[in-house]
Design a protein around this ligand. Sequence first.
Ligand code: TRP
Length: 435
Amino acid sequence: MLRSHWTSRVGFILASAGGAVGLGNIWRFPYMTGENGGSIFILIYLLCVFFLGLPLIISEVIIGKSSQLNPVGAFKKLSGDKVMWQAPGYIGVLTAFIILPFYSVVSGWCLAFLYKSITGVFQSGMTFEQIGSIFKQLTASHFEQAIFLGLFVLMTILIVFAGVQKGLQRWSEILMPLLFLIIIILIVYGLTLSGAKEGIRFLFEPNPQKLTHKSIMDAMGQCFFSLSLGMGAMLTYGSYMERREKAISSCFWVVIMDTGIAILAGLAIFTIIFTYTNEPAQGPGLVFVVLPNIFSQMTGGSFFAVLFFTLLFFAAITSAISLLEVISAFFIDQYNLNRSHAAFIFGIIIFLIAIGCVYSGDYFDFLDKLSTNYLLPIGGLLISLFAGWKLDQVIVKDEFNGKWYSVLYYPWLISVRFICPLLIVVVFLHTHRII
Ligand code: TRP
């Protein structure tokens, strides 16, 4: 079967940025920043993006593009069928089965909150407890969660089913500009509020005394999660790139957009938050409890609530499709399944695992930590070793050749051979107090 391709360079960039920009940027990044003391976390995060994220995204996209295959097929083909090198491929597909269910649960909450904000459930003047109890009721109701989660997974299935051009690319091209527009509106609004200064200070004023053991691991996990690295999602998107297309400058664009949007979202959220409270460390409930509360106290708040949850939903759906695409591509390439069967069968399996998450909160937290702090870094470690030591360097040199970034070939090589693996291992050992 002929492989589909993006119709343009911009198509690849927007689809990949769509996959990268998600709940990780707008829900996870702000609450992680809040929990880890603000600016110091952002600084470590940016270092991770530069030293780990960039070299790894380039590696994944080149591996995908040159093999024109899903993660398992790609490592098989490029390693000359070495069993050992199939590990990152299989770990990647497995990780998609872990991330997508809990991702869908949170996305279901977004849809539920979008629905509630449109239908006027958050009325002005409600108390903190009243609004908090709306989120509590939602997370306690298995039925309500199942409905919204089911709706979300169904939409994800339909887009993946529509294929690379008519599904992944087209929806990213529609939703990404809208997403950007909404963030800008929210920032402009946030900057006019009284908490603007405090919010900005929290995000950007150096505060090394707040550095903790856990922050570094959290920043690294966040880097993998936000850039969709370590499990072959970028690899799969790279595999839909035409061979004659150059990959590297597109990777830069994706990293810039993902990192930029995380920081812009942080700016929008913290300027709003500091206008009404002094407590940025609220955990995963930050955007589901604290924000709705603030919206209900603001003039025009219900409008901004609708806007905010629309933003969250757009970000979530373009990322969820990239996760389901990894699984589908694996079964399409390796087992000749057709796209419609793959999307529906595995979409339904994901839905069932997600229902499991709904029934057990601990299980939910476990899946989040297992994937972001363990599986993605391990996947990233193996991918960087593969790109540095095993991949035919003629392929890589050809990508770097002849453009402004040709000087970056050796820095890239040193990164994937030494810096990335070392960094991942050291952060790991340090977090577990081994060194
Ligand atoms: N990057 C997305 C976000 O920030 C989530 C995501 C999509 C992802 N595909 C992935 C995370 C692959 C890890 C691996 O929300």
